[in-house]
Design a protein around this ligand. Structure first.
Ligand SMILES: *Cc1c(COP(=O)(O)O)cnc(C)c1O
Length: 219
């Protein structure tokens, strides 16, 4: 199946409120262009340098999402153009994003990444850390970032009930946070292997890579 066919097959199954982020990390420009020509405008990358290189050559009406772990010293390279940063997992990082956003006279939308998986290899905040951030005075003073939602990754397992439980947990956190942060509108959860489940549990943004572009080769 072609990239276009894959995209269309997935889009047919997505409810209208769900945004599809096409995760193009490691893939060549020609693949991104094929997705673009099929109508895709939201792309997700997990390395700032790679995303920047792609942004430079691709059409300018693309929304670039940074979905990977963000190193603070690299925020400056994407501050000009990134449209959503999914992986914000510390206050220090938020402060750096704010600082770089000021330089470009813009407000950068961010998702706080929550740790919902069982594995401790996955990045993210726990509830205590989340509350520390959002209740701090310093946080309120950051005017060039906007928290628009939460992101999470479920445990990599075949055990569906566990994945579902983790998504439920993130959704319920999101629901309670909505009362405190008015700007929330995005719950980013679900990848190729689990996006249907994620949508059933309330996701409105899915990050899909291999089901669109094929398996990645990390060589
Ligand atoms: C790579 C990646 C995805 C996409 O994974 P697939 O299984 O290929 O769909 C989604 N989210 C994050 C954070 C990723 O790093």
């Amino acid at each position: 199946m072609s990239i276009k066919e894959n995209l269309n097959t997935i889009k047919e199954t997505l409810p209208p409120q769900v945004t599809l982020v096409a995760v193009s990390k490691t893939k060549p420009i020609s693949d991104l262009q094929e997705a673009y020509d099929a109508g895709q405008r939201v792309f997700g990358e997990n390395k700032i340098q790679e995303m920047t290189q792609k942004w430079e050559v691709m059409p300018k009406d693309i929304q670039w999402h940074m979905i990977g772990h963000v190193q603070r010293n690299k925020v400056k390279y994407m501050a000009e153009f990134v449209s959503l940063i999914h992986g914000v997992d510390s206050f220090k990082l938020l402060k750096e994003i704010n600082k770089q956003a000021i330089k470009h006279n813009r407000v950068i939308d961010c998702l706080l990444q929550m740790h919902i998986a069982e594995e401790d290899t996955k990045f993210g905040l726990d509830e205590t850390e989340l509350n520390e951030i959002i209740t701090s005075e310093e946080f309120r003073q950051l005017e060039n970032i906007k928290i628009v939602g939460l992101m999470g990754m479920a445990t990599f397992t075949d055990y569906q009930e566990q994945i579902r439980r983790e998504f439920k947990q993130l959704k319920s956190l999101y629901t309670s946070l909505e009362k405190e942060i008015e700007t929330l509108s995005i719950l980013s959860m679900g990848m190729s292997g689990d996006y249907q489940l994620a949508i059933e549990e309330g996701s409105n943004m899915v990050r899909i890579g291999s089901s669109i572009f094929g398996a990645r080769n990390y060589k």
